[in-house]
Design a protein around this ligand. Sequence first.
Ligand code: GSH
Length: 71
Amino acid sequence: MAKAMLNQETISFEEIEISDDPELEEQMIKRSGRTSVPQIFIDDNAIGGFTDLVALSEKVDLRELVDGKSE
Ligand SMILES: N[C@@H](CCC(=O)N[C@@H](CS)C(=O)NCC(=O)O)C(=O)O
């Protein structure tokens, strides 16, 4: 759903697939502080999961945020 939403907003993203890589999974858990998937980052900022992305999109313009134009 997160990918569909980002595609809908034409926001490009890099997907880091952790399901077959326990070491990478551990790194991403440390990076996000969470164990659920997906975890979404804008630059190095951990946004959270899909529901967090939706909540954020209700407050700010995601396109402007990723383009670095949001206040
Ligand atoms: N509110 C989160 C829920 C994410 C979620 O429940 N993900 C499941 C997989 S679909 C999961 O990672 N469960 C394992 C866990 O919570 O550690 C979101 O919208 O991303």
